[in-house]
Design a protein around this ligand. Structure first.
Ligand code: SF4
Length: 240
């Protein structure tokens, strides 16, 4: 999952070394710091949303399953033909697995993904009257839909804040910003759900993913361009 807008360009400035950044000591300071982070995200990415092309919850579910270990751009190249060839959930449910695998080959892990997509179609037809369910409990029973996928579908297709999408960007940035000390995505999500207001869960994920792609990148984060530098004490800040 990703976002499509362009970030506001921020000026280059000397980077504050991590040890010189004052850590929040009290709950009030932590709250104020989080509000600053959210305000900067809003300034940078006010309308961040999902970049996976889709027209309904089913298409978003399929696109999200395909996006595992694959770029959104690649998925967006594959899905138009896929949805044209299989225009309904029934068409996917009845499709030969080898053929679907071939159709999605360029997204990688195509055997597992094709099994998940066909399994999801069958489950939705037989147990949910052909409609992608809109609760996290039900979605988690659908093949291919773990928490991340379920949160993407609920948040973007249904506008339901059931949790926080934790992908590789959210995982890294939540740790750099000291919003979690965990490595496990499930635990990170729990930490974020505790500190973030529920009405920020969906937008925060989109904004963080964008922030991770443009500024707080995995290797050599662009700290000199980062408006969060004055409050960031991440050990791996880039000081040059
Ligand atoms: S880019 Fe990342 S590591 Fe660097 S100052 Fe910003 S939040 Fe901190």
């Amino acid at each position: 999952m990703a976002v499509t807008q362009t970030a506001v360009v921020t000026p280059v400035h000397p980077v504050t070394p991590p040890k010189k950044v004052k850590r929040p000591r009290s709950a009030a300071e932590r709250k104020a710091r989080l509000e600053q982070i959210l305000a900067e995200f809003d300034r940078l990415f006010p309308a961040a949303t999902c970049a996976l092309h889709h027209r309904n919850a089913w298409e978003l579910l399929v696109a999200t399953i395909l996006s595992a270990q694959c770029t959104d751009e690649r998925v967006n190249k594959v899905t138009p033909e896929l949805f044209k060839k299989y225009p309904t959930i029934e068409a996917v449910a009845n499709a030969p697995q080898e053929e679907v695998a071939d159709d999605i080959r360029s997204t990688g892990f195509f055997n597992n993904k094709s099994k998940s997509i066909i399994g999801a179609a069958r489950k939705i037809l037989t147990e949910f009257n052909g409609r992608v369910p809109n609760t996290i409990q039900e979605l988690l029973t659908v093949p291919g839909a773990a928490r991340k996928t379920a949160n993407v579908v609920l948040g973007t297709a249904y506008g339901i804040a059931s949790g926080v999408v934790v992908d590789t960007h959210v995982q890294r940035i939540a740790r750099r910003l000291d919003l979690t000390k965990n490595d496990d995505p499930v635990k990170i999500e729990q930490d974020l759900m505790k500190v973030l207001p529920q009405d920020r869960w969906v937008l925060f994920s989109h904004q963080t993913i964008h922030f991770g792609r443009q500024i707080c990148i995995a290797r050599k984060p662009r700290c000199a361009n980062c408006p969060l530098d004055p409050i960031c004490y991440a050990k791996d800040k880039t000081l040059v």
